[in-house]
Design a protein around this ligand. Sequence first.
Ligand SMILES: [Zn+2]
Length: 257
Amino acid sequence: MATRTPPAPASAADTVAAHLLDAALRYAEDRHWDVVPGTWLTTVDGMPRCSCGHPACASPGAHPVDPGWAGLATGSTLTVRRLWSGQPLASVLLPTGRAFDALDVSEAAGCLALARLERLGVPLGPVLCTPTRRVVFFVLPGSASKFPARLRRLGRPPASIDLVVHAAGSHVVAPPTRVGSAGHTQWVREPTAENRWLPDAESLFNAMVYAVRASAGLDGGRRTLTPTPSWGRHQAGLTEVGVRGAVGGAGEFVRLR
Ligand SMILES: [Zn+2]
Protein backbone atom coordinates (compact mmCIF):
# COMPACT_ATOMS: atom_id res chain seq x y z
CA MET A 1 0.00 0.00 0.00
CA ALA A 2 1.43 3.34 -1.04
CA THR A 3 2.21 5.88 1.65
CA ARG A 4 1.56 9.53 1.08
CA THR A 5 4.29 12.06 1.69
CA PRO A 6 2.96 14.91 3.79
CA PRO A 7 3.11 18.27 2.00
CA ALA A 8 6.18 20.33 2.74
CA PRO A 9 5.49 23.21 5.12
CA ALA A 10 5.12 26.54 3.37
CA SER A 11 8.23 28.69 3.44
CA ALA A 12 8.11 32.13 5.02
CA ALA A 13 8.27 33.65 1.55
CA ASP A 14 5.33 31.50 0.41
CA THR A 15 3.29 32.70 3.38
CA VAL A 16 4.12 36.35 2.71
CA ALA A 17 3.27 35.89 -0.98
CA ALA A 18 -0.06 34.27 -0.11
CA HIS A 19 -0.98 37.17 2.16
CA LEU A 20 -0.04 39.78 -0.45
CA LEU A 21 -2.03 38.06 -3.21
CA ASP A 22 -5.00 37.52 -0.91
CA ALA A 23 -5.02 41.21 0.05
CA ALA A 24 -4.70 42.39 -3.56
CA LEU A 25 -7.57 40.11 -4.60
CA ARG A 26 -9.79 41.29 -1.76
CA TYR A 27 -9.17 44.96 -2.57
CA ALA A 28 -10.08 44.34 -6.21
CA GLU A 29 -13.00 42.00 -5.62
CA ASP A 30 -14.58 43.30 -2.42
CA ARG A 31 -13.92 47.03 -2.74
CA HIS A 32 -13.52 47.38 -6.52
CA TRP A 33 -10.25 49.20 -5.91
CA ASP A 34 -7.58 49.13 -8.59
CA VAL A 35 -4.34 47.59 -7.39
CA VAL A 36 -0.86 47.51 -8.85
CA PRO A 37 2.23 45.55 -7.87
CA GLY A 38 5.18 47.62 -6.70
CA THR A 39 8.76 46.79 -5.82
CA TRP A 40 9.59 43.99 -3.42
CA LEU A 41 12.16 43.15 -0.81
CA THR A 42 15.17 40.99 -1.41
CA THR A 43 17.75 39.98 1.17
CA VAL A 44 21.33 41.17 0.82
CA ASP A 45 23.81 40.15 3.52
CA GLY A 46 20.88 39.29 5.76
CA MET A 47 19.31 42.72 5.39
CA PRO A 48 16.13 43.61 3.47
CA ARG A 49 16.93 45.52 0.29
CA CYS A 50 14.57 47.05 -2.27
CA SER A 51 14.31 45.38 -5.65
CA CYS A 52 14.96 48.81 -7.25
CA GLY A 53 18.59 48.32 -6.27
CA HIS A 54 19.11 51.69 -4.60
CA PRO A 55 20.83 51.11 -1.25
CA ALA A 56 19.30 54.33 0.09
CA CYS A 57 15.79 53.68 -1.27
CA ALA A 58 13.33 55.84 0.70
CA SER A 59 10.55 53.25 0.66
CA PRO A 60 12.22 49.85 0.39
CA GLY A 61 10.02 47.25 -1.24
CA ALA A 62 7.03 49.57 -1.35
CA HIS A 63 7.01 51.94 -4.32
CA PRO A 64 6.10 51.83 -8.01
CA VAL A 65 8.42 49.88 -10.25
CA ASP A 66 8.56 52.43 -13.06
CA PRO A 67 6.97 55.69 -14.23
CA GLY A 68 4.30 53.79 -16.17
CA TRP A 69 3.02 52.03 -13.06
CA ALA A 70 -0.45 53.61 -13.16
CA GLY A 71 -1.18 51.97 -16.50
CA LEU A 72 -0.80 48.53 -14.92
CA ALA A 73 -3.34 49.17 -12.17
CA THR A 74 -6.28 46.82 -12.44
CA GLY A 75 -9.48 45.84 -10.72
CA SER A 76 -9.64 42.48 -12.50
CA THR A 77 -8.93 39.53 -10.24
CA LEU A 78 -7.67 37.53 -13.21
CA THR A 79 -5.14 40.24 -13.99
CA VAL A 80 -4.22 40.54 -10.30
CA ARG A 81 -3.40 36.82 -10.23
CA ARG A 82 -1.34 37.16 -13.41
CA LEU A 83 0.58 40.20 -12.19
CA TRP A 84 1.44 38.68 -8.81
CA SER A 85 2.32 35.32 -10.33
CA GLY A 86 5.14 37.17 -12.08
CA GLN A 87 6.48 38.49 -8.77
CA PRO A 88 4.65 36.97 -5.80
CA LEU A 89 6.45 39.19 -3.27
CA ALA A 90 5.54 42.46 -5.00
CA SER A 91 4.14 45.13 -2.71
CA VAL A 92 0.46 46.06 -3.01
CA LEU A 93 -0.06 49.65 -4.14
CA LEU A 94 -3.43 51.40 -4.47
CA PRO A 95 -3.62 54.30 -6.93
CA THR A 96 -5.42 57.34 -5.54
CA GLY A 97 -7.77 59.66 -7.41
CA ARG A 98 -9.80 56.70 -8.68
CA ALA A 99 -11.95 54.98 -6.04
CA PHE A 100 -10.63 57.22 -3.27
CA ASP A 101 -8.28 60.04 -2.36
CA ALA A 102 -6.18 59.91 0.80
CA LEU A 103 -5.04 62.35 3.48
CA ASP A 104 -1.69 61.47 4.97
CA VAL A 105 -0.55 62.94 8.29
CA SER A 106 1.94 62.19 11.03
CA GLU A 107 1.13 59.47 13.52
CA ALA A 108 0.63 62.05 16.27
CA ALA A 109 -1.77 64.10 14.18
CA GLY A 110 -3.53 60.99 12.92
CA CYS A 111 -4.21 59.73 16.46
CA LEU A 112 -5.50 63.13 17.54
CA ALA A 113 -7.70 63.53 14.47
CA LEU A 114 -9.08 60.01 14.72
CA ALA A 115 -9.99 60.40 18.38
CA ARG A 116 -11.68 63.73 17.70
CA LEU A 117 -13.58 62.51 14.65
CA GLU A 118 -14.77 59.35 16.41
CA ARG A 119 -15.87 61.40 19.41
CA LEU A 120 -17.84 63.70 17.10
CA GLY A 121 -19.38 60.72 15.33
CA VAL A 122 -18.08 61.78 11.91
CA PRO A 123 -18.43 58.84 9.49
CA LEU A 124 -15.01 57.62 8.48
CA GLY A 125 -13.65 55.42 5.74
CA PRO A 126 -10.74 53.02 6.02
CA VAL A 127 -7.64 54.34 7.80
CA LEU A 128 -4.21 52.79 7.66
CA CYS A 129 -0.91 53.40 9.39
CA THR A 130 2.53 52.92 7.94
CA PRO A 131 5.65 51.67 9.69
CA THR A 132 7.15 55.05 8.84
CA ARG A 133 4.67 56.51 11.32
CA ARG A 134 2.15 58.11 9.02
CA VAL A 135 -1.62 57.72 9.23
CA VAL A 136 -3.64 57.73 6.02
CA PHE A 137 -7.38 58.50 5.84
CA PHE A 138 -9.37 57.33 2.78
CA VAL A 139 -11.87 59.90 1.47
CA LEU A 140 -14.05 60.45 -1.59
CA PRO A 141 -12.08 60.74 -4.82
CA GLY A 142 -11.71 64.32 -5.94
CA SER A 143 -12.47 65.73 -2.50
CA ALA A 144 -8.99 65.89 -0.98
CA SER A 145 -7.50 68.20 -3.57
CA LYS A 146 -9.67 71.03 -2.22
CA PHE A 147 -7.57 71.14 0.95
CA PRO A 148 -4.88 73.57 -0.29
CA ALA A 149 -7.43 76.20 -1.33
CA ARG A 150 -9.32 75.75 1.97
CA LEU A 151 -6.11 76.32 3.91
CA ARG A 152 -5.26 79.44 1.95
CA ARG A 153 -8.72 80.86 2.64
CA LEU A 154 -8.02 80.38 6.33
CA GLY A 155 -4.81 82.32 5.93
CA ARG A 156 -2.71 79.23 6.56
CA PRO A 157 -0.18 78.56 3.84
CA PRO A 158 -0.41 74.91 2.81
CA ALA A 159 3.37 74.75 3.15
CA SER A 160 2.98 75.26 6.90
CA ILE A 161 0.92 72.12 7.38
CA ASP A 162 2.34 68.60 7.50
CA LEU A 163 -0.40 67.00 5.46
CA VAL A 164 0.05 65.12 2.20
CA VAL A 165 -2.85 64.88 -0.24
CA HIS A 166 -2.81 61.74 -2.37
CA ALA A 167 -5.02 62.38 -5.40
CA ALA A 168 -4.80 61.45 -9.08
CA GLY A 169 -1.29 60.31 -9.99
CA SER A 170 -0.34 59.24 -6.48
CA HIS A 171 -0.80 56.02 -4.54
CA VAL A 172 -0.84 54.57 -1.06
CA VAL A 173 0.99 51.46 0.12
CA ALA A 174 -1.60 48.92 1.21
CA PRO A 175 -1.47 46.36 4.01
CA PRO A 176 0.13 43.91 4.45
CA THR A 177 3.06 45.35 2.50
CA ARG A 178 6.29 45.41 4.43
CA VAL A 179 8.45 48.54 4.13
CA GLY A 180 12.11 47.63 4.51
CA SER A 181 12.96 46.59 8.04
CA ALA A 182 10.52 49.13 9.50
CA GLY A 183 7.53 46.78 9.55
CA HIS A 184 4.22 46.34 7.80
CA THR A 185 1.55 48.76 6.70
CA GLN A 186 -1.57 47.98 8.76
CA TRP A 187 -5.23 48.88 8.87
CA VAL A 188 -6.31 51.03 11.79
CA ARG A 189 -9.87 50.92 10.44
CA GLU A 190 -10.24 48.04 8.02
CA PRO A 191 -12.30 48.31 4.85
CA THR A 192 -15.70 46.86 5.75
CA ALA A 193 -19.23 46.98 4.42
CA GLU A 194 -19.94 49.72 6.97
CA ASN A 195 -17.31 52.12 5.66
CA ARG A 196 -17.83 51.39 1.96
CA TRP A 197 -19.25 54.91 1.47
CA LEU A 198 -16.33 57.22 1.91
CA PRO A 199 -16.53 60.61 3.62
CA ASP A 200 -15.96 63.84 1.76
CA ALA A 201 -12.58 65.23 2.80
CA GLU A 202 -14.39 68.39 3.81
CA SER A 203 -15.97 66.60 6.78
CA LEU A 204 -12.50 65.83 8.12
CA PHE A 205 -11.01 69.24 7.42
CA ASN A 206 -11.38 71.02 10.76
CA ALA A 207 -10.33 68.04 12.88
CA MET A 208 -7.44 67.27 10.59
CA VAL A 209 -6.05 70.80 10.51
CA TYR A 210 -6.44 71.14 14.27
CA ALA A 211 -4.69 67.81 14.86
CA VAL A 212 -1.80 68.60 12.53
CA ARG A 213 -1.20 71.99 14.12
CA ALA A 214 -1.74 70.77 17.68
CA SER A 215 0.63 67.84 17.27
CA ALA A 216 3.24 70.26 15.97
CA GLY A 217 2.60 72.62 18.89
CA LEU A 218 1.27 75.34 16.58
CA ASP A 219 -2.12 75.74 18.22
CA GLY A 220 -0.97 75.55 21.80
CA GLY A 221 -1.89 71.90 21.68
CA ARG A 222 -0.04 68.92 23.00
CA ARG A 223 3.31 68.09 21.63
CA THR A 224 4.35 64.52 21.18
CA LEU A 225 3.72 62.37 24.20
CA THR A 226 4.56 58.72 23.86
CA PRO A 227 7.21 57.31 21.57
CA THR A 228 5.37 54.15 20.56
CA PRO A 229 1.60 54.16 20.50
CA SER A 230 -0.25 50.92 20.23
CA TRP A 231 -3.05 50.83 17.70
CA GLY A 232 -4.56 48.00 19.72
CA ARG A 233 -4.71 50.29 22.72
CA HIS A 234 -6.01 53.13 20.60
CA GLN A 235 -8.79 50.93 19.32
CA ALA A 236 -9.58 49.96 22.90
CA GLY A 237 -10.34 53.61 23.54
CA LEU A 238 -7.01 55.10 24.59
CA THR A 239 -5.68 57.92 22.51
CA GLU A 240 -2.00 58.25 23.21
CA VAL A 241 -0.09 59.97 20.48
CA GLY A 242 3.38 59.30 19.30
CA VAL A 243 6.34 61.18 17.93
CA ARG A 244 6.43 61.91 14.27
CA GLY A 245 8.71 59.78 12.18
CA ALA A 246 10.03 59.91 8.68
CA VAL A 247 7.67 60.67 5.87
CA GLY A 248 6.78 57.51 4.03
CA GLY A 249 5.73 56.84 0.50
CA ALA A 250 6.88 58.05 -2.82
CA GLY A 251 5.13 59.09 -5.97
CA GLU A 252 3.65 62.15 -7.45
CA PHE A 253 1.49 63.97 -4.98
CA VAL A 254 0.71 67.40 -3.71
CA ARG A 255 2.77 67.84 -0.59
CA LEU A 256 1.39 70.44 1.75
CA ARG A 257 4.24 71.16 4.03
ZN1 LIG B 1 13.28 51.03 -3.91
